[in-house]
Design a protein around this ligand. Structure first.
Ligand code: NAD
Length: 480
C-alpha cells in the first residue's frame, strides 16, 4: 500500500520520490510505504494552507463546525477500517483500537466542533472610564506533529481544535504509524473539506518534522512526543518566537496506600501498567506500595500479570499486543537488561515471546515485566522506557511516597489509591504532575486542561484551553 501526502485536497507522492517502508509489528512484515517528505513537500503544504486560510478563517463558526461534525460522522462510518489499520500499524490489540482510539478520534472532532460554537471572549466594564474586551482570532497556518502510541487519537486531538477556530493546518503523523492519518485524509476528501484547509505531510522527524518547525511562516507549533525531541524543537522554535505547545514524556508514579479499595486498585493497576503494551504516556511505570501491603500486592499483581494474554492483536482475548517497532522493542529489552545490571530482580516477564501463532511468528512481542529491588534513583526508575515494564518500590510514610513520586524530571500524570479523603487531597496538591487520578485511571472530562509539568511539557491541551491556544488575542480598550 502506498500512503500518500494530502496536500491541497489531493493525495500525492513526495517531490523527491523517496519512500520509507512501514511494518506491521505483529508480523514483522512490510505492509506499505510513505513518502520520505522533504522541505519542498512542507513548502507545498504550507502554500496550500496559506492560500486556504482567508476563506476558512472567514467562514461562520457554524459552517466550520459543520465540517468537523461531518468528519466525526465519517470516522464512525469507517471505524472498522480505521481500527484494523491502527492495530496493524501499531501492534495494539484490535479490541483496544475499536474501544478506545477510534471512538476517541471521532469524539475529538465532535468535541471541538461543538466547543468552538460556545467559545466566548472576555469583556470588562470599566464604569465611567470605558470598557475593555478581548478578541480571539485564528493565527494562520498551524504546524502539528504527533507520536506513534495513540496515532489517530493524538493526531485528531490537535487537528480538530486548530481547524475549529479557523486555522489551516500542516500536520505530520509519526512515520512509524501513518495509516490512520492517511485514511483520515480520504475521509476529509469525502467530507468535502475545502482543499488546503488541512494538509498532511508524511515522513521522518529530522526531515519533514523539522521543516515544519523551522518554517518561517508557520507561527504556531503543537508537538506531542519525547522530551529530547521537544527540546530540539524548542531550540528551533523559541528564537523564532513561535507559539509552542509541547506534550512530552513521563515516568508516572502509581501510589498505593494500605487503606485502598484493594480489588479495584489491583484491577486498575494491571490496566494502567500494561494497556497498549505500557505505551500510553499516562501509564504508571513506577508502582509505589506502602510496606504493609507490599508482599500481598506483589504476589497478586505478579499473578495478574502472568495471566494477561500476550498475543495476536486480532484475537479478541489478547491483552498485550506487539511493540510498535523493532527499535522500540530493542530499547525495552535494553532497559530490562539494565534493570538486572542495576541489581533489580525480574519477578515475571523480561523475555521476548516467540510462540504467538503462525501469523505472528516474526512479530515484536514482549512479556509484561515486573522489576523489584531498585530504588527511586536507578536509571530504570528515572528514565522513560515506554513499554510493558513496571518497577515496584515499597514506601513507609506519606512523606516517603511524596518524595519518591516527585523524584524524577517528569511530571505528566500520577495515580493515588487511598480511602483517606484528607490524604487524597493533601497528596494530590503536592504531587508534581499535570493530572492526578484518585482511585481511578484514565478517566477525564475533555473540557479540563491537559498537560505535563516539569520536563513533561509546556502549554495545555483540552477544553477551551486548546481553542485559545490556537488563537491570538487582541486586547481592545475603549475610553468613553
Ligand atoms: P518522538 O519524539 O520520537 O516523535 C514524535 C514525533 O516527532 C514524530 O512524528 C516524529 O517524526 C517527530 N520528530 C522527531 N524528531 C523531530 C524533530 N527533530 N523535529 C520535528 N519533529 C520530529 O516520540 P515517539 O517515539 O513517536 O513517541 C513516544 C513519546 O511520546 C514518549 O516519550 C511519550 O511519553 C510521548 N507522549 C507524550 C504524550 C503527552 O501527552 N505528554 C502523549 C503521547 C506520547
Amino acid at each position: 500500500m502506498n500512503i500518500l501526502n494530502y496536500i491541497n485536497g489531493e493525495l500525492i507522492g513526495g517531490q523527491e520520490d523517496e519512500w520509507l517502508d512501514n511494518f506491521n509489528p505483529a508480523t514483522g512484515e512490510k505492509y506499505g510505504r510513505i513518502p520520505d517528505s522533504s522541505k519542498e513537500d512542507v513548502e507545498l503544504a504550507w502554500k496550500a494552507a496559506h492560500d486556504a486560510f482567508p476563506a476558512w478563517s472567514a467562514l461562520k463558526q457554524e459552517e466550520r463546525s459543520r465540517y468537523l461534525l461531518r468528519i466525526a460522522e465519517l470516522i464512525e462510518v469507517h471505524q472498522e477500517k480505521l481500527a484494523l489499520a491502527e492495530s496493524a500499524d501499531n501492534g495494539k490489540p484490535l479490541s483496544l483500537a475499536r474501544r478506545m482510539d477510534i471512538p476517541r478520534a471521532s469524539d475529538n472532532f465532535r468535541f471541538y466542533g461543538t466547543a468552538a460554537l460556545h467559545m466566548h471572549s472576555e469583556t470588562y466594564d470599566m464604569g465611567e472610564q470605558g470598557f475593555n474586551y478581548v478578541l480571539n482570532r485564528p493565527i494562520g497556518v498551524a504546524g502539528l506533529i504527533s507520536p506513534w502510541n495513540l496515532p489517530l487519537y493524538l493526531f485528531t486531538w490537535k487537528v480538530a481544535p486548530a481547524l475549529a477556530v479557523g486555522n489551516t493546518v500542516v500536520a505530520k503523523p509519526s512515520e512509524v504509524t501513518p495509516a490512520t492519518a492517511f485514511i483520515l485524509s480520504q475521509i476529509c476528501i469525502e467530507a468535502g473539506l475545502p482543499p488546503g484547509v488541512f494538509n498532511i505531510v508524511h515522513g521522518t522527524g529530522p526531515k519533514a518534522g523539522q521543516a515544519i518547525v523551522a518554517h518561517p511562516k508557520i507561527p504556531v507549533i503543537s508537538f506531542t512526543g519525547g522530551t529530547s525531541t521537544g527540546a530540539a524543537i524548542a531550540k528551533i522554535a523559541a528564537p523564532m518566537f513561535k507559539k509552542l505547545s509541547l506534550e512530552l514524556g513521563g515516568k508516572n508514579p502509581n501510589i498505593i496506600f494500605e487503606d485502598c479499595d484493594y480489588d479495584q486498585m489491583l484491577k486498575t493497576t494491571l490496566a494502567s501498567s500494561f494497556t497498549n503494551q505500557g505505551q500510553i504516556c499516562l501509564c504508571g511505570s513506577r508502582i509505589l506500595v506502602q510496606r504493609g501491603l507490599y508482599e500481598k500486592f506483589l504476589k497478586d499483581f505478579t499473578e495478574g500479570t502472568r495471566a494477561m494474554k500476550v498475543g495476536d492483536p486480532l484475537e479478541a482475548d489478547t491483552r498485550v499486543g506487539a511493540i510498535v517497532s523493532r527499535a522500540q522493542y530493542e530499547k525495552v529489552l535494553h532497559y530490562i537488561l539494565l534493570a538486572k545490571e542495576e541489581g533489580g530482580k525480574i519477578e515475571t516477564g523480561g523475555k521476548p515471546v516467540y510462540e504467538v501463532n503462525e501469523r505472528c511468528k516474526n512479530g515484536w512481542f514482549l512479556e509484561p515485566t515486573i522489576v523489584t529491588g531498585l530504588d527511586e534513583h536507578c536509571r530504570v526508575n528515572q528514565e522513560e522506557i515506554f513499554g510493558p515494564v513496571v518497577s515496584i518500590i515499597p514506601f513507609d510514610t506519606e512523606e516517603d511516597a511524596l518524595r519518591m513520586a516527585n523524584a524524577t524530571q517528569y511530571g505528566l500524570s500520577a495515580t493515588l489509591w487511598t480511602s483517606n479523603l484528607k490524604r487524597a487531597h493533601r497528596m494530590a496538591a503536592k504531587i508534581e504532575s499535570g493530572i492526578i487520578w484518585v482511585n481511578c485511571w484514565l478517566v477525564r472530562d475533555l473540557r479540563t486542561p491537559f498537560g505535563g509539568m516539569k520536563n513533561s511539557g509546556v502549554g495545555r491541551e483540552g477544553g477551551f484551553e486548546a481553542l485559545k491556544f490556537f488563537t491570538e488575542t487582541r486586547n481592545i480598550c475603549i475610553q468613553l
